[in-house]
Design a protein around this ligand. Structure first.
Ligand SMILES: Nc1nc2c(c(=O)[nH]1)N[C@H]1C(S)=C(S)[C@@H](COP(=O)(O)O)O[C@H]1N2
Ligand SMILES: [Mo]
Length: 261
């Protein structure tokens, strides 16, 4: 088995990674944006250029250390999933042109952008978890998407030195926070970095086996079951890594900034 075919994480507890693995077409599509030339110009150890190989190793390390600490949100049988009510439309543009849409990823050391195909080229994870709203309701939802931590590791932008593949979950090399916002900036959430790098924090393009619809945040939303619904930002425009605690829409309206459960 080559390193790129490895199944990352535990299928039982985190959700299944479909064995599409890290398709080279996809990896190069992303790295084309992220600096494929730089990646491929590095010395090649084995068959995988080291920046990408470190990313893959890193993902495992992140997964393992979080499994050890045991802070996983409960998962459910996919058959129990339902569509949640459409709740909260701040910052959502129902007319958004998905073809022109880009996920902007930013950090102190640079910025990169990704189209939807490039996000989908990252390893795909599925999980069935509870979406819990602070209003008191909760719904079991099946999600599919890419790990936020994989994007962070690939871009290097969550790392203090801005280098891909050098993230260690508990390392001071990692910036302290992530901030996500809608394309118009009208809805925004702040996350502590350990929660953002959690293996169940997914950038989702599917809900309950269907492509994400515009009311639930197409083309890409966050599913972060270690947090309340308010942090599960729909229609992501930007993802920014920073050392300064980010502004948060609901924290500004009196809710707990952390909002974990
Ligand atoms: N852009 C955006 N994302 C958002 C909100 C919002 O108002 N705008 N509301 C949040 C809240 S309070 C909840 S409970 C969930 C609801 O997700 P759903 O509409 O898919 O059920 O979305 C979250 N994400
Ligand atoms: Mo909510």
């Amino acid at each position: 088995m080559s390193p790129v075919d490895k199944e990352l994480g535990s299928p039982e507890s985190v959700g299944r990674m479909t064995r599409r693995a890290f398709a080279w077409g996809g990896a190069s599509a992303i790295a084309g944006v992220a600096g494929w030339k730089w990646v491929t110009s590095r010395s090649v150890e084995g068959l995988v250029p080291w920046p990408l190989r470190r990313v893959l190793e890193l993902d495992e390390k992140v997964g393992r250390s979080i499994f050890r600490s045991g802070h996983l949100a409960p998962t459910f049988a996919a058959s129990r999933s339902k569509m949640p009510r459409v709740n909260g439309k701040a910052g959502i543009d129902l007319e958004l042109n998905v073809d022109a849409w880009r996920l902007q990823v930013q950090g102190p050391k640079g910025a990169q952008s990704f189209n939807l195909a490039e996000v989908k080229a990252l390893p795909r994870f599925e999980m069935t978890t509870e979406l819990k709203c602070i209003e008191g309701w909760s719904t079991i939802v099946q999600w599919a998407g890419a790990r936020l931590s994989d994007l962070a590791a690939l871009t290097g932008l969550a790392a203090r030195d801005g280098k891909p593949g050098r993230i260690e979950p508990d390392s001071p090399d990692l910036l302290r926070f992530a901030s996500l916002a809608t394309p118009d900036g009208k809805y925004y959430v702040g996350l502590d970095m350990p929660s953002a790098m959690h293996p169940q924090s997914l950038l989702c393009y599917e809900m309950n086996g269907q492509p994400l619809n515009k009311y639930h945040g197409a083309p890409l939303r966050l599913a972060i079951p270690v947090k309340y619904g308010i942090k599960n930002l729909k229609q992501i425009g930007t993802l920014r890594f920073t050392d300064t605690q980010p502004a948060d829409y609901w924290a500004e309206r009196g809710y707990d900034w952390y909002s974990g459960h």
